[in-house]
Write a protein that binds this ligand. Sequence first.
Ligand SMILES: [Zn+2]
Length: 211
Amino acid sequence: MIQCSKCKDVKEEGEFRKDKRIKRGYCSNCKECTSLRKRIYYQNNKEKKRERDRRYYQNNKDKIIERQRIYEFIEKEKRLKYKKEFHKKNKEKKRLYDKERYLLKKEQGYTPPKYNKELRKEYDRIRWLKKSGKIEEYKKAHHAYQCKKRMRRDAKLLTDSYIRHLYAKEYGKQIRSTLTDDEIRLRRELMALQRLQKQKQGENNAQTRES
Ligand SMILES: [Zn+2]
C-alpha cells in the first residue's frame, strides 16, 4: 500500500504508475490524481497546444506525410507476411477455401482473386465493364489490374532477413554479424520510399496513357 502525496489516500500499488527513476518504483501521485492534473493542464493549454501542433504540421507537412506513407507501407507488408505465414499454418482451411473457389468457378465461370478485398473489388468492376460492353475501358482496366498483380507478386517483402540478404549480396556474407537494427530499419525505409515512388510513377504513367 502506498500513500498518494497529493490526495493523501492510501491505495494499492496498482493504483500508481510505475516509475523506475523513483526508488520505490512507483510515482508519488496516484493514477487518479495524475490524470486529473493532466486534464486540467490540457484544458488550460488547449489552444496553445493546438496552435503549436498546427504550426509543426505546416512546417513539416511533407516529412510527416512521407513518414506516414512509409509507415503504412511497412505495416501493409507486415500484414502480408503474417497472412502468408497464417496460410502456411492453415493448409486444411486453405484446401476448403480453394474448393469453394473451384465451385464458384464452375457456377459462375470465373475465379475471384485470392485473399484481397481491394483486388477483388477491382476484379468485379472489370467483369462488369466487360459485361456491359465497354470494351475500351475494360481493356485499360484489365491491363492495369494485371500490372498491379504482377507488381504484388514481384515485390519481395521487406523483412529483416530479406534486407540482411541484400546487405550480404552487396558487401559480402561477413557483414551479417555486424549489422545493427538501425541499419536494417533505415534501409527498409529507404526501400519502402523507392518502391512508393516507383508505384507513384506507374500510376502517373497510367494516367497519362488514359488522357
Ligand atoms: Zn491521489
